[in-house]
Every structure is written in structure tokens, then in C-alpha cells.
Design a binder for this molecule. Sequence first.
Ligand SMILES: Nc1ncnc2c1ncn2[C@@H]1O[C@H](COP(=O)(O)OP(=O)(O)O)[C@@H](O)[C@H]1O
Ligand SMILES: [Mg+2]
Length: 354
Amino acid sequence: MTEESESQVDASFIASDGDIDASLRPKSLDDFIGQPRVREQLQLVLSGAKMRGGTPDHILLSGPPGLGKTSMAMIIAAELGSALRLTSGPALERAGDLAAMLSNLVEGDVLFIDEIHRIARPAEEMLYLAMEDFRVDVIVGKGPGATSIPLEVAPFTLVGATTRSGALTGPLRDRFGFTAHMDFYEPAELQLILARSARILGVPLGDDAGAEIAGRSRGTPRIANRLLRRVRDYADVRADGVITREIARAALAVYDVDQLGLDRLDRAVLGALVRSFGGGPVGVSTLAVAVGEEPATVEEVCEPFLVRAGMIARTPRGRVATAAAWEQLGLTPPPDLTIGGIEVRANEPQQGLF
Ligand SMILES: Nc1ncnc2c1ncn2[C@@H]1O[C@H](COP(=O)(O)OP(=O)(O)O)[C@@H](O)[C@H]1O
Ligand SMILES: [Mg+2]
């Protein structure tokens, strides 16, 4: 498949994203499939607060895109019976933007700040006080005549979502009472998610077809749901609408989704690492330049999955391709492949590969 037809596929994914996401989002903690630890921990945090009749501690949701952070924020508000106010880090450019948001909160509200690591510094500093003492200091005027007017904020729960918890400043991270780390989903969990989505969309999806799609979804519910829609298109247009394993395989071949679900960027990064840098070690920003992407995208979107899949390892000197990565590209790993000083044999079980 050419670069161009691949990007067309990506565009169609994005176009239908809004409606898929809305209709397929889980609505309650019980409805939420996977992430058992996070669900149990959140259940305790929320139930404890409800029992005491107060607002729960501020909650940080961290993890790669598409794993359910926004869905979970909505569920937190729903479980508390509270209203959800939505904003994002990049939207809070000035402290005044945040002050307006905070002063409109009603007691018990859940304020959701998506991409909270991208919040501007003055807004972040205002947020410290709001999170801790439920008040803000609004500065009126400039220079020596400026005065600070304290403003009360109704007790609220902040839910922050981030793909880069490491990029959060210490003071901000410390003000969250609970951090939920979302991890990639197991194929069995993705299969349950797909069965649920198929039910909602009214798509006949066979068990083995569900397993086929789940295994190629990159551990990510959002991708699983996208692939389901694309496979449904294929089943409707080229068959009788029923998704069998054969139909799923044929459709996924058309969309160039490989066995592991690696996407274009994943493959580009692996290709550059192995072919241009001899398997590494190489720094993430050099790697990003080689594939024409932002370092942050490579680091937040691509790398976590490739590490989890046992394809690349992070070492103090940079990123290194494992034997599995060489084999994935149809190449023979060098016989003396070492990672962080440890020799890695080609026939070693691929750790973390699911
Ligand atoms: N645990 C889950 N169970 C069912 N569907 C899920 C789950 N997590 C995510 N999804 C689906 O994936 C989509 C993307 O999730 P979202 O919450 O927007 O992820 P994030 O905010 O982490 O990028 C949602 O619209 C929903 O359809
Ligand atoms: Mg989101």
C-alpha cells in the first residue's frame, strides 16, 4: 500500500471518530471493561467520598491515547451524580480563562482538564491554590497599582488527563490525591469491548472474528472500535454484512493493519531504528526527526506500545531494537545483540508481547 492511500485511511478514521466515541463510551464503572485495578481503586475513592458526603480528592488519569481517560472522567462525574465541566490544557492559555471556569463551578462539580500537561504556567499556578484551598487570587490591573482579589471557589473535584504524567510539574502532580495509570488492554478485554460495541451498533460479529480484530488493535479500545467500523464497511459492501473471521482478515488486509496492529508510525519508527541506526541506541528526538514526527508523538503515542510489545527497549544511552523488532521487519538480528549490556538472544521469549 502506498503512503497516500494509507493517509486516506487515517482521514476516514478521524472523520467518524466523534460519533463512534460518543455512542460507544462506557457509561458506568460496571460498564467499563478492563483496567481492573484502576476500577477497584476508583470505586473506593468515589464510594469513600460519597459515604462521607464530601467531594473526592482530585484524580489524575494517565496513559497513552485511546485507553479510556475521557470516558473515565465522564464516568466519575456520573457515579458521583455531578455535573462535568470540560476544558483542556491548551485552552487555558491565560489565568483568566481558568478563573472564569472556576468561578462558575457549583459545589460537587467535576472539572475535567484534558491534556493537563499542556496548561500554561500562570493558569497552573492559579490551579494550585484552587485545588488546595478552593480559592483563587485574581490580579486586577498591572504594575504597582495591581491588586489581588481573593475569590472563593466551590469545593470541586479536578480530574486531569495526561498522556505524559512525566511532563507534569512536581507541585501539580502532588496536588492530586489519586493517580490512575491506564495500561494497554489484553486481547481478551478488547474482544469483550468489541462484542459490546458490535451489540450497540447492531453488527453481527462472530467470536473468532472479534478475536482477530482484538489481536490487531494495538491494545487500544479506540483502535478496536475503529477497526470494527472499517471491517463492517467491508462486510456490508463486499459480503452479506456478517463479520466472520475470513471477512475480518480480508478487510484488515485492505486497510494494511498487520498481525500485531502496528500502525504506519510504529512501523516507520521500527524501520528507522533498525535500518538507519543499526538497531540503536539512538535518542528519541533523532528517531523522531528520522520519521518526520514530533518527538512528543513518538514518545507518547508510539513508544509505549512498542515497549509493551517487546519491540524496543529504553536504555540510558537511547532506544534499542530488540530481536523481535528485527524479526518483525523480516530481518535477522545481529548475533551479538545486547540491550543495556545484557545480551539478547533471538530465540528468547518475547517479553511483554501479547
Ligand atoms: N474500557 C472501555 N470499555 C469500552 N470502551 C472503551 C473503553 N475505554 C475506551 N473505550 C472506547 O474507546 C474510545 C476512546 O476512549 P477515550 O476515553 O476517549 O480515550 P482517551 O481519552 O484515553 O484518549 C471511547 O469512545 C470508547 O468507545
Ligand atoms: Mg481523551
